[in-house]
Design a protein around this ligand. Structure first.
Ligand SMILES: Cc1ncc(COP(=O)(O)O)c(C=O)c1O
Length: 323
């Protein structure tokens, strides 16, 4: 199917989905289909011989690395999500670090001073500004109701020649959740996630790009900060993760790290959906490691633009009964 943007513009006829047209948040970055493909793009262009990857990350990040056959080594992060740098990164090697939940901007800045070939995964940190000269990528669908899409700041001027993705077949969960409710769209969400696997590097689809131009980013950022700070005021005394309130800049979720078992299931039973970051980690590390503890015990509480104080109070009240 050829995207319409490549053919002559159609005039007249039926009217398409109507969205406001404002501006993208990162108009000058490279626009791709997924964050994992941004990593592949960086590795193809920069030609590193080895990449250091945190054990505490999503398996699709590793898929991108395996796809291009570059050597890789895992490294540990501690329970505060800081890297354990007990190795040296050689000049032709690079280190990937995730800006966890969008709360690790200070760690990213400190790493930039130490590591020449730093790659920052801002998939969980849409609003964190990329540092000058640091290859940095973002995933749109973790923050907004879009099927896919990613932004890449690349320090090299080299560009790959790409075709454009088409996202229309990965759209159903977004509209089912509105029309039928979250549970009815869930199977489609999973299927559409699977569809993103083995999807080659392409430019962001016209659909995702158009949707990314329609968002009130200031309102989204403000809602996230407000909800995050509100949860933090009530839950910080329980939280084993040290959160610096000054580093809050539109984070992805409120990460609550508590030793209790089985909380996730009990929250889900109350229709408070809390994902696991990341199930693959439980197979990658030993059960006495910090990453295992994080994957098992960290509750990523929703704080996004869809929610207000009443919703946050429901989360707090439910948790306080369980803690
Ligand atoms: C930390 C992290 N980086 C990268 C990705 C990949 O993002 P995308 O689905 O846009 O490829 C994910 C999740 O899928 C993730 O959790």
């Amino acid at each position: 199917m050829m995207p319409e943007t490549l053919s002559v513009k159609a005039l007249g006829g039926y009217i398409e989905l109507q969205l406001p047209e404002v501006q993208e948040y990162y108009p000058n970055f490279i626009k791709l289909n997924t964050a994992r493909n941004c990593l592949e793009y960086i590795l193809r262009v920069q030609g590193y011989t080895l990449i250091y990857i945190p054990y505490y990350t999503c398996n699709v990040v590793l898929d991108a690395v395996k796809k291009i056959n570059i050597a890789y080594q895992f490294y540990h992060v501690d329970v505060q999500l800081n890297p354990v740098l007990d190795f040296t990164v050689a000049p032709n090697e690079c280190l990937l670090y995730t800006n966890y939940f969008g709360l690790k901007e200070n760690t990213v800045k400190a790493l930039k001073e130490k590591i020449d070939n730093l790659i920052v995964d801002n998939a969980q940190a849409f609003f964190s500004v990329a540092l000058p000269g640091v290859d940095t990528f973002y995933s749109c669908r973790k923050f907004f109701g879009v099927p896919d899409g990613a932004y890449l700041q690349l320090s090299s001027e080299d560009r790959l020649s790409l075709t454009s993705d088409v996202s229309v077949s990965r759209f159903s969960h977004l509209i089912k959740r509105i029309d039928l409710g979250a549970e009815h769209g869930y199977a489609d969400f999973i299927a559409n996630n699977v569809d993103l696997e083995d999807n080659e590097i392409k430019n962001m689809s016209a659909l995702s790009r158009r949707m990314m131009k329609s968002i009130d980013y200031e309102a989204c950022l403000e809602a996230r900060n407000d909800n995050f700070n509100y949860l933090h005021r009530s839950l910080s005394s329980y939280n084993e993760l040290a959160v610096d309130p000054d580093s809050v800049n539109g984070p992805m979720a409120y990460p609550l790290l508590v030793p209790h078992q089985g909380l996730k299931t009990r929250l889900i039973a109350q229709k408070i959906f809390v994902p696991t970051y990341w199930p693959n980690v439980l197979n990658w590390v030993s059960s006495d490691s910090d990453e295992f503890y994080l994957a098992e015990h960290l509750l990523a509480l929703p704080i996004d633009h869809r929610y207000d104080r009443d919703d946050m109070n429901r989360i707090i009240d439910t948790l306080k009964e369980l803690l």
